[in-house]
Every structure is written in structure tokens, then in C-alpha cells.
Design a protein. Structure first.
Length: 159
């Protein structure tokens, strides 16, 4: 299904500046790791663990919706010929979730913790039929920090 931008603006609801600015950027809605995520090129997302080595490329063909700057394509259920390319930056663990069960008046308590395994995915490009809609122009780069320790030249005693 294709929806032109003119048809969208001439609908019964009027587009505000915020909605109009959202329509002018390219994005896609994908299904990855059992979740549906709105992705944009040049941004990274934490999704459920994918089992792919870090620093390797990853392509997603389960694209539910693609918003080009001129038109919106909605899949039934997926958009044909649409691919989202990304790069796995790292594998990590999410925040700890604590599950606490207590039965009143029984002195029964259970405390369990869980940390979800996640993969950090950097979106590099959104493509439809080998045509690049959105691409990461600045490239994928990780910031490295270096810790410098100062040298001690004298002591407090003056020795």
C-alpha cells in the first residue's frame, strides 16, 4: 500500500509542525528480536540478543513500514524489497529487574533477579528495491577514552 504525502496532508486531520517534521525524515518500522522498533539511519538501538558476532553486519528484511521523504509504504505484513542494514556494535546486559513474591501471613518470600541479554545495533542504511532511502553519513565510530595518570614529583615532606 502506498500513501502519497499530499494524500496524507489533505486528510481530515490537519498536520501540525511536529507531525510535519516527523513526516520529512526517513525511518522504518522493523521487527527484530520479537519487538517492533522504529529505526532511523545513524542511530543505535538495544534489541533482544541476536547471536551474531560484534562488528559484523546484519540485515533485516522484516520491514513493516518505510517512510521515504515523499511517500509512506505499509507492508501487508512486510514491505516487499525493503531492507534495513545495520552493524552489531556490542552485546550487553540490560538493567536488573527484581521480582519479589510474598504471601501474607505465611512467612513465604521469593526474591528473583533477571538481566536481559541485549545486542546494540547501529542502523547504517534503509533500502527499498536497491535504492538507498536513508544512510548514515558520518559512519559508525566508537569513542575510545584513555586514562592518563599524573606523575608525582615531590612528596609532602619535601624530600
Amino acid at each position: 500500500m502506498k500513501i502519497n504525502r499530499q494524500d496524507l496532508n489533505s486528510a481530515t486531520c490537519t498536520a501540525t509542525k511536529k507531525k510535519d517534521s516527523l513526516l520529512s525524515m526517513s525511518y522504518a518500522i522493523i521487527e527484530a528480536g520479537g519487538q517492533q522498533i522504529r529505526v532511523e539511519p545513524g542511530r543505535f538501538y538495544d534489541i533482544n540478543y541476536l547471536g551474531v558476532d560484534p562488528d559484523s553486519s546484519y540485515t533485516i528484511d522484516k520491514v513493516l513500514l518505510v517512510n521515504d521523504k515523499e511517500e509512506i509504504r505499509i507492508g501487508q505484513p512486510f514491505v516487499e524489497g525493503a531492507i534495513v542494514e545495520g552493524k552489531i556494535l556490542e552485546h550487553r546486559r540490560g538493567r536488573k529487574i527484581i521480582v519479589y513474591k510474598m504471601r501474607p501471613k505465611k512467612k513465604t518470600r521469593k526474591k528473583r533477579g533477571h538481566r536481559q541479554e541485549l545486542s546494540r545495533l547501529m542502523i547504517t542504511a534503509i533500502k527499498i528495491d536497491d535504492r538507498v532511502i536513508g544512510e548514515n553519513s558520518e559512519g559508525v565510530s566508537m569513542v575510545t577514552t584513555e586514562i592518563i595518570t599524573p606523575e608525582v614529583t615531590s612528596t609532602i615532606d619535601g624530600e
